[in-house]
Design a binder for this molecule. Structure first.
Ligand code: GLN
Length: 312
């Protein structure tokens, strides 16, 4: 196992930059379709606080579904285990925006990381708020986790998510028909579209994930969540964080991870590191092609797979 982390990361960045097969950039909204597939960034923050950045680690991108990790954390803080009456905890084996299971399972989404599950979570976080307040709460949470006050929503992306959001609107209306949304569909969707449109860098994302590698602790002091809750969020990321490719991600990378169609992935090596990678080209399952490859290299060379004896 190699221990020269900086050299490992420099090697991975150089190799990923040279790759010609880069996947396909998401094209459902113009703001994502214009992303440059040649971009590649990697950021690692270790449990000791060491920060190693490679490539475009300081370039902002649309975090998209990675936001679902943070909205889940907030929702669990509000309603605790009652959340599991409205959202399941099983891998879906279906695409992120699939509607098929919802009818059979009475409007209860399989897990919090598919779109339907994340829309229920938006509904939970909206209780007693207007959309702007709910998004403000999420942004403040991210700023607290990262110690970085510059995180914002990209309004142009939020707007085009709304303009092209027919499928998400279908999911939301369907769940409302089953009584699994308590607020009107419109503000719930507005919250969901805004959370997808948050812009962050790999460096910021890796910092935001620190509490998940530290048993729920904020490195600056205090608990963000209990150790048990941090473990459970990691478990959901491992089993559900890559949609119907979650098994394959566990097989090849071996870390809890959450992807977004902007090409980012947040991955956690508990007790070791919080890692963020970004490359806009996606594979057939809508997960970053080179991001996944890079994380596979990283766990192979560091022993950070949660299934490795070297892990602890
Ligand atoms: N905004 C996207 C959607 O809701 C997010 C999906 C994703 O990142 N996988 O369709």
């Amino acid at each position: 196992m190699r221990h020269d982390l900086k050299a490992i990361i420099d090697d991975i960045v150089a190799d990923m930059r040279a790759e010609t097969e880069r996947g396909t950039v998401a094209s459902y909204i113009p703001g994502l379709a214009s992303a440059d597939p040649n971009r590649f960034g990697l950021a690692v923050v270790t449990a000791e606080g060491e920060v190693i950045l490679g490539g475009d680690a300081e370039t902002g991108f649309s975090i998209q579904s990675i936001s679902k990790v943070f909205t889940l954390t907030l929702a669990l803080g509000k309603v605790g285990n009652a959340l599991w009456d409205r959202v399941g905890r099983e891998p879906s084996g279906s695409a992120f925006n699939s509607i098929v299971q919802l009818e059979r399972e009475n409007g209860i989404p399989r897990n919090p990381f598919i779109n339907a599950g994340a829309i229920v979570i938006s509904d939970v976080n909206l209780a007693g708020h207007r959309t702007g307040d709910a998004i403000g709460e999420l942004i403040n949470f991210l700023r607290y986790l990262t110690d970085d006050g510059s995180i914002v929503v990209d309004p142009a992306i939020a707007q085009s998510e709304a303009e092209h959001g027919y499928r998400n609107a279908a999911l939301a209306n369907y769940m409302r028909a089953f009584g699994n949304l308590q607020n009107p569909v419109e503000p719930v969707l507005a919250s969901y579209f805004n959370q997808c449109a948050i812009e962050m860098t790999c460096h910021q994302l890796a910092r935001a994930g620190r509490f998940l590698m530290l048993d729920g602790r904020h490195p600056g002091g205090g608990q963000v969540v209990s150790p048990a809750r941090a473990r459970r969020i990691n478990a959901l990321m491992l089993t559900c964080g890559h949609y119907d490719a979650s098994g394959d991600f566990a097989f090849s990378v071996g870390m809890p991870g959450k992807s977004g169609v902007g090409g980012g992935i947040l991955a956690i090596a508990p007790g070791k590191a919080s890692v963020a990678v970004w490359s806009p080209g996606l594979n057939a399952n809508g997960n970053s092609h080179l991001g996944t490859r890079a994380l596979e290299r990283l766990t192979t060379e560091t022993g950070w797979s949660v299934f490795s004896a070297d892990h602890n």
